[in-house]
Design a protein around this ligand. Structure first.
Ligand code: MN
Length: 731
């Protein structure tokens, strides 16, 4: 276990002005507090907070963070309280420990429902001081390093959580080394076999090529030195997890050294980075498509470096990362490399809130407020955590950073939710482009908007940013709700009419408490969805109203019952031609009502129709002669009187089915399809069953404009000699 003076020495090594006495007190306090507690490994518990503190000294963090690390488990696991810490170590340290205690109480991997909620709490605890996150990550890293002492069943859970949340968070905070180690330890526990195989192969490749690696290092270094650039070149083996990910992504095996080794070229100045790049590209052929300049456009976690791949010494592909010492430090320490100090040890560190990683964190925390569903939030944040960035511009030159794979729709929502909701088209670099194309670095994007637009719900699955997804989902929900409220209004108004009572929104508003609803729209939407009966709405406004029976469909003239319904059915309908002007007008399938057609032999415009209200799904339309209607006989509340609004039906086709018996002779099918095509019908499907040597039965799925169109096609087919029998099929 680390001694008291060893911890102090570690801090002193990078911070000569550290508060030794404070560190000593924390050491002794935590040691006493944890007393004889043991870890799963059997080691004294106190060794854990010390190791966490040691990880943070590698990141060269300030006294308060180191002390908070030493104390991080005292409040949750011992008798200590936050007040004790406050009294003994001051408010700054106490609030760090408090934040860590709040996170410790979360068990990420319980039910899925609470995983999102916990992630939210983690971010909220971190919101007050990003150092809480740094200690938490170090805590997780040490727990992962000692995971083999934990029972196997629990191990995979913890490893998955690490891979899902903590490793990407470390990466997003720019701490690459920590991210890689977390990923690797998680991988080792989740897929031990794959890990073992890759690791063994990596080791074999490394030892077989050790000469080559040092040759590449020294040739590169010498070539740069010749041109006056002092550079440190270091070969670095990739981790099993990153090799695995690459194999999965590109579904290839790894064979070449370049898949396994990367070289870092560390130079003195920004200028030297580009000069070194020039020299490397002149000396060796570059591999096209591999050059990336993260110096001019840094990654969202502040990472800056030039990447390129060349066919280098020994005709080996070599991946190079060229950067300055300062950039290298950010690449390694990330957000921890910035001004966490008040001690002024390192004057050229940037203020923390000036870093992109910190801004991302703030932005993500801000998004919490907009998102009321923690599971959705977690899902979106996870998506963003894993994506690389592309950088695009508005026509006015504003930089918009987006995850790789983002579309102009994501761009529009990143600019403003309103821009996204009203987007109908876009120009990329001055040319009209599809809203669903993938944006590239440097694209200038102009969004074409139209007010009164609702984003199609299908977009939700096609965008990659959480913000766009959440906004599309919200807009879709609102639109669906408006549809149901519109339907509900028609149902309610007609119910009032039937009852001979006046409908007014004011009266309904006054009756809201009786319906246990909070707004008129709420009542209308619930009625439209079929969750509330219109008769109950009438009664809420006029409590004296007794509906003699539940609102039943109108009676047909005496003696004229409808075929298609079971014998003795009490359902009666008006006859064709007997149009009811009160019926709810159906404006086709893309209109303002949530309408679907019955799947088997549905209705086409011109058919007499009945609507059945399906709670949560809207209206299903049946032709009045459909036998499927018998199933709803005992649910009069679900029947709606509907009619086609023929004038409002736009240009759209409706599915219909015909059944026919044809004579078996060459060319029969061709004749039938020819007749249908000639009359403008679309054939969606034909199924055939040969019943006898002479005749074939077929069912043809058509798409037609309306009943007249369908009847015309049937009449033409009936006139053909190869058709012996034909009729429309209604399920
Ligand atoms: Mn801990």
């Amino acid at each position: 276990m680390m001694r008291q003076y060893e911890l102090v020495d570690r801090v002193k090594a990078y911070n000569p002005n550290c508060d030794e006495a404070l560190l000593d007190r924390a050491y002794i306090y935590a040691m006493k507090a944890h007393g004889t507690q043991k870890r799963a490994s059997g080691a004294p518990y106190f060794s854990h907070p010390l190791e966490v503190a040691a990880i943070l000294t590698d990141l060269r963090l300030d006294d308060a963070t180191i002390v908070a690390a030493v104390l991080h488990d005292t409040v949750e696991d011992t008798e200590s309280t936050v007040d004790d810490i406050d009294r003994l170590f001051g408010t700054e340290i106490a609030s760090l420990v408090d934040g860590l205690t709040k996170i410790k109480k979360l068990d990420f991997v319980s039910k899925k429902a609470t995983q999102g909620e916990n992630f939210r709490k983690l971010l909220l605890a971190v919101a007050e001081d990003v150092r809480v996150l740094l200690v938490k990550l170090a805590d997780r890293l040490h727990n992962m390093r000692t995971l083999h002492f934990v029972p196997p069943a629990k191990r995979v859970r913890i490893a998955e959580e690490t891979l899902d949340i903590y490793a990407p968070l470390a990466g997003r905070m720019g701490m690459q080394d920590m991210r890689e180690e977390l990923e690797d330890l998680a991988f080792q526990n989740i897929k031990p076999d794959a890990y073992g195989t890759i690791r063994e192969r990596l080791e074999r490749l490394t030892s077989a090529n050790s000469g080559l690696i040092s040759e590449i290092e020294s040739v590169l270094q010498a070539r740069l030195a010749e041109r006056g650039i002092s550079a440190m070149v270091k070969g670095r083996r990739k981790q099993p997890y990153s090799v695995w990910k690459k194999m999965e992504r590109k579904s290839v095996s790894f064979e070449q050294l370049s898949d396994v080794f990367g070289f870092r070229v560390i130079v003195d100045s920004l200028d030297d980075c580009y000069r070194a790049l020039g020299i490397v590209h002149t000396a060796w052929p570059m591999v096209p498509g591999r050059y990336k300049d993260y110096i001019s456009t840094p990654k969202q976690n502040d990472y800056r470096s030039i990447h390129t791949t060349v066919i280098g010494p020994g005709h080996q592909r070599a991946e190079l990362q060229i950067r300055t010492r300062a950039m290298d430090r950010v690449a390694e320490f990330g957000i921890a490399a910035h001004a966490l100090y008040k001690d002024g040890v390192d004057p050229d560190r940037r203020p923390l809130d000036d870093t992109a990683a910190y801004r991302w964190l703030r932005h993500t925390i801000d998004l919490l407020a907009e998102n009321d569903n923690p599971e959705e939030f977690l899902e979106h944040t996870k998506l963003e955590l894993f994506h690389d960035q592309v950088f695009c511009f508005t026509p006015k030159g504003l930089l918009i950073a987006l995850p790789r794979g983002a579309t102009p729709i994501d761009f529009a929502y990143a600019v403003h939710t309103k821009v996204g909701n009203t987007a109908v088209g876009c120009k990329v670099n001055g040319r009209i482009a599809p809203l669903l194309s993938e944006l590239q670095n440097g694209d200038e994007v102009e969004i074409i908007r139209s007010e009164g637009q609702t984003p199609p719900s299908a977009w939700e699955a096609l965008v990659v940013t959480g913000k766009a997804r959440a906004a599309i989902r919200r807009a879709t929900r609102a639109a669906v709700r408006r549809q149901y409220a519109g339907l509900g209004r028609q149902i309610v108004e007609r119910a009032f009419e039937r009852a001979g009572r006046a409908f007014s929104e004011e009266a309904l508003k006054a009756a809201l408490p009786r319906l246990a609803r909070t707004s008129v729209e709420d009542v209308l939407a619930a009625t439209g969805r079929g969750e509330m009966f219109s008769g109950d709405v009438v009664r809420a406004v006029y409590p004296d109203y007794l509906d003699e029976k539940k609102p039943a469909p109108k009676q047909a003239p005496a003696g004229k019952g409808w075929f298609g319904l079971k014998k003795g059915s009490h359902m009666k309908f008006r006859l064709p031609g007997d149009e009811n002007p009160d019926a709810i007008p159906i404006r086709g399938l893309n209109g303002d009502l949530p309408v679907t057609l019955a799947p088997e032999g549905g209705a086409v415009p011109g058919d007499r129709i009945v609507g059945i209200l399906n709670p949560g799904e809207g209206i299903t339309i049946y032709p009045i002669q459909s036998s499927a209607l018998a199933a709803y006989e005992n649910e009069p509340d679900r029947w709606l009187d509907v009619r086609w609004d023929m004038e409002a039906i736009g240009v759209q086709r409706f599915p219909a089915k015909i059944q026919l018996k044809s004579i078996n002779e060459p060319g029969t099918l061709a004749q039938i399809t020819h007749v249908i095509a000639e009359h403008g019908g679309n054939i969606d499907n034909i199924s055939m069953a040969r019943r006898t040597p002479d005749f074939t039965d077929m069912t043809i799925d058509l798409a037609v404009w309306d009943l007249k169109h369908l009847n015309a096609i049937i009449a033409q087919l009936r006139g053909k000699s190869v058709v012996s029998k034909i009729e429309r099929f209604i399920g």
